[in-house]
Structure formats: structure tokens, C-alpha cells
Design a binder for this molecule. Structure first.
Ligand code: SAH
Length: 455
């Protein structure tokens, strides 16, 4: 909350260092600042304050917006009681429990003001955060904010679409050219040029196919994060967790095309039509997919629909589930002398020739990472063995890879066939191959008595 103090008094009871600290802060406002103390000790010269060297009297709070108490004793107690009786917000320095409000650390680039508050708990932390933000913001950013303010009416009359207006403002406040021009005193001209460019440019939609990673927000790429912030619409799959979808702009439209197994709320054709339609409306569309968009993400269909419609698009890679699972279990999916390669394959819909092929690959040491196979895990294991894979080939399964609630299971093909494992809920990667035994499966639930744990 920012408090309006113009034309009102801010009264500080106290005359020491702490009062001086508050004076430093509040003299940045347009209020009339008054300090009252029997002993004014600190040096207030250089600040626009009225110093009253006497005992506090209740009438001191006439016309007062805010009261700070920065000393102890009878005057302080009287001032607190009087402020409370009059309903004037009170700050008692270093006594959070007695405060109605706290003064945040402030980064000031007027009219841009950033307040950092720890609600009195850790002022040192607030100062450190402040120093970082100070370093982040160029000194001229405030003038650019004023520029934007001055252009508001013009922008509103020239650009009618809300999203297009936002794009203009984004360009205005982030463009290094505008900042340089502003430093030369030509900011306004440069801003007008930019505005006419935006008025003339037809609003062009774009679709970004973005990999959201396995489901933890810190496994998202910086590019994905940036584009999520820029998008007007976020079209996401059901597997993308809310924390990631929430990273988009607050007012971006969100469409869940949730393709949970079993009930297809949107067909692939409908999704293709949807993203094309949104982009044609000039929107910037973040098509957010779990893991990497190019791996079992139906990216192929969407890309071809976008190409056909002549819509620009780009792909942002993400961490695919198999690699998150490898990281979770410290499993080197390629390993010198053991595994010379790594196959990502779908267990769902695999036919006999696939299985024959994979069995041979697993036999030769390559690591298989099977997607979409949890519910048919033991059936797939059986078919691999029937096609020639050794029953003792190591198997590792990671459910909810890359997420805090992951669970791991280890064993071999035989134990997967014979074991009656109940997996926890969630998507899973099934690793098959000798390299799996080199991973760290110490926390893994055993698939059966037979574990692959090697000496
Ligand atoms: N594009 C995604 C895959 C989507 S297909 C990617 O690159 O990861 C859906 C399958 O991915 C699921 O059936 C499961 O096998 C796997 N999967 C997705 N997220 C997962 C996760 N967090 N943990 C384990 N497997 C996952």
C-alpha cells in the first residue's frame, strides 16, 4: 500500500539516530515532517524538517497522517496512546508488535517505487534484496516510466487492442535504444517513433512450442520462463503442473487441453485448430507441453498445422522425463563399455517387431527408456523376454521423475514379470538395460525379491 501524505504532517517523536533514519525516509515524501523531542541529539540539518525541542503534547498530532515513535519514555507513551486514540497509523521503531505499519526498504526510481518488506523480521535481508534490485535497474528507468505515463492517452487513441498496447509498452520500457535516447534528452522523440512503428505493424501472432520439463518449476529453461511471461494465451497439457502454468502472466488466458489418458477433452485436430485460430487473432501463444515438446508431444502434427497456416512458430526444448529420471537415480544411460546408446521409445502401442528390435538392443547393452508403459509394464517385460532379452536384464522405474513426490523401483525383467508391484500414482519412465545397475537405486522399492543389485 502507498499512503497519500501530501498536505499532511508526519510526526516523529524522538531526536536520536533512529529518528534521523526515519527522517531520511519520510523527507522523500511531500509531507510536512516534524520531529518532537526534549533532547534533539542527531544532526537534522540538511533535511526539510521542523524541530520542536520540548515535551510531546496531544495537539502535536493535529493534521497528522503518520506517527513514528523513535524513543522511549513518557513522551513516547503519550504519543502512542494519542495516535491510537485518533486512529493515526503508528510505527514504533524496532517494536514490530506495536506497529500498525512497517516502513519497507525502498528502491526509488520515481515514479517507479519498489518496496521491500520483511514485516520487521529481517531488515538486513530487506537491505540485501534492495541492493540487488538497485543493481538491476538502470538509473534512467524512472524517466522512462514517466515517458510511458505521458504517452498513455496517445497510445490509447492509436492502438485499440489491449495486447498490442502491452507489446508497445513492453518494447518502450525494455528497449536499450529508448534508454540511450532518453539519456541524450531525446526520449520523447524516440518513443513517438516506436509508437508509430507499432501502430503500423500489423499484429502478428506466433506460437511457441515450449517444453515445461518434468514438472518442477526450477527445471524450466530461462527462455521458457521468459516466453511464458510474454504470452497472451497459454495452452497447456494436463501433465504440466499448476506451478509451471502459474508462471505465466497473471492476466494471460489459460486453456487446459488436458489429454488425460482415457478421456480426451480436446482431440489433436481441435488443438491444431485452436492454436492456429489464436495466432491468427494476433495472439502470442505459449503451447506448453510436459518434458520436451519433440518427444511424444505430438509436436509434429502441431508444427505441420502451423506451417500450413503460415503462422510463425518456434520450439523451446525442455528436459524430457527420461533424463529427469536418469538424474534422479544417478543412472548414466550411456556408459563406457556397457551402454553405447540410449533409446526413448513408447511402450504404449508397441508391436511385436518393436519388441523384437528392443530386445536385441537391450541384449547388446543399449539402455531403453520406455514412456507410457506403467500400466503395461509387466506385459512389456514379458514380451521383451519372449523376444530374447535376458530375464536378468536390470530394470529401474521412476514415477514422477524430477518432482518432489517421485518414487523409484528397481529389479530386473523377471522380477517385473513376476512381481506384484503397486506403483504410486503418476507418470513413469521404465529403464531397461545393463547401465541401469550403475545408478543409485538405494531408495528404490524392490520389484520382487530378486533385485539387480550388483556387487
Ligand atoms: N514430452 C514428454 C513426454 C510426454 S508422453 C517428455 O518429453 O517427457 C507422457 C509420458 O511421459 C508419460 O506416460 C510418462 O511415461 C512420461 N512422463 C512425463 N512426465 C513424467 C515424469 N515427471 N516422470 C516420469 N515420467 C514422465
Amino acid at each position: 500500500m502507498s499512503y497519500k501524505v501530501q498536505g499532511l504532517r508526519i510526526v516523529i517523536v524522538g531526536g536520536g539516530e533512529e529518528a534521523l533514519n526515519k527522517v531520511r525516509l519520510v523527507t522523500k515524501t511531500t509531507a510536512q515532517v516534524v520531529i518532537i523531542s526534549r533532547h534533539v541529539e542527531a544532526d537534522f540539518s540538511g533535511f526539510a524538517v521542523e524541530q520542536i525541542e520540548r515535551a510531546f503534547v496531544p495537539a502535536d498530532l493535529d493534521g497528522t497522517a503518520l506517527v513514528f515513535v523513535a524513543e522511549e519514555g513518557a513522551d513516547a507513551e503519550l504519543a502512542k496512546a494519542e495516535a491510537r486514540a485518533r486512529g493515526i497509523p503508528l510505527n514504533v521503531v524496532d517494536v514490530p508488535a506495536e506497529c500498525d505499519f512497517y516502513t519497507p526498504s525502498i528502491v526509488e526510481r520515481a515514479p517507479l517505487t519498489i518496496a521491500i518488506s520483511t514485516e520487521g523480521d529481517a531488515p538486513v535481508l530487506a537491505r540485501l534484496v534492495r541492493a540487488r534490485i538497485e543493481a538491476m535497474l538502470s538509473p534512467g528507468i524512472g524517466r522512462i516510466a514517466s515517458l510511458a505515463g505521458g504517452l498513455r492517452q496517445r497510445v490509447e487513441s492509436l492502438i485499440h487492442d489491449g495486447a498490442a498496447r502491452r507489446r508497445f509498452y513492453e518494447a518502450l520500457v525494455t528497449s536499450p535504444e529508448i534508454e540511450a535516447a532518453e539519456q541524450r534528452g531525446q526520449g520523447l522523440d524516440a518513443a513517438h517513433d516506436l509508437l508509430s512503428q507499432h501502430v503500423n505493424a500489423e499484429t502478428k501472432g506466433v506460437v511457441w512450442l515450449i517444453g515445461a520439463g518434468p514438472g518442477s518449476e526450477d527445471l524450466l529453461t530461462l527462455r521458457a520462463q521468459r516466453l511464458l511471461q510474454e504470452a497472451d494465451v497459454i495452452v497447456h497439457d494436463q501433465l504440466v503442473p499448476t506451478v509451471v502454468v502459474d508462471m505465466g502472466r497473471r492476466d494471460a488466458e489459460r486453456i487446459d487441453v488436458g489429454k488425460a489418458k482415457g478421456h480426451h477433452s480436446f482431440s489433436q485436430a481441435q488443438i491444431n485448430t485452436l492454436i492456429v485460430r489464436l495466432a491468427r487473432q494476433g495472439k502470442r501463444v505459449a503451447r506448453l507441453k510436459s518434458g520436451d515438446p519433440m518427444i511424444f508431444g505430438r509436436a509434429g502434427e502441431e508444427i505441420s498445422a502451423l506451417r500450413k497456416a503460415g503462422i510463425s512458430y518456434s520450439i523451446v526444448p525442455g528436459i524430457t522425463a527420461a533424463l529427469a529420471a536418469a538424474a534422479d537415480t544417478a543412472t548414466p544411460v550411456t556408459l563406457r563399455g556397457v551402454s553405447s546408446g540410449f533409446i526413448m521409445a513408447t511402450a504404449h502401442g508397441a508391436d511385436d517387431s518393436d519388441l523384437q528390435h528392443w530386445a536385441a538392443l537391450a541384449q547388446s547393452g543399449l539402455t531403453l527408456a520406455l514412456y507410457m508403459g506403467k500400466s503395461i509394464a509387466s506385459e512389456v517385460a514379458g514380451r521383451l523376454v519372449a523376444n530374447g532379452a535376458s530375464p536378468t536384464t536390470p530394470v529401474g522405474i521412476v514415477v514422477n521423475a524430477g518432482r518432489p513426490d517421485r518414487a523409484t523401483y528397481s529389479g530386473n525383467l523377471r522380477s517385473l514379470i513376476e512381481g506384484q508391484v503397486t506403483f504410486i500414482d503418476g507418470p513413469a519412465i521404465i529403464f531397461v538395460g545393463e547401465a541401469v545397475a550403475a545408478g543409485d537405486w538405494a531408495d528404490a522399492g524392490q520389484l520382487a525379491a530378486l533385485s539387480f543389485k550388483v556387487a
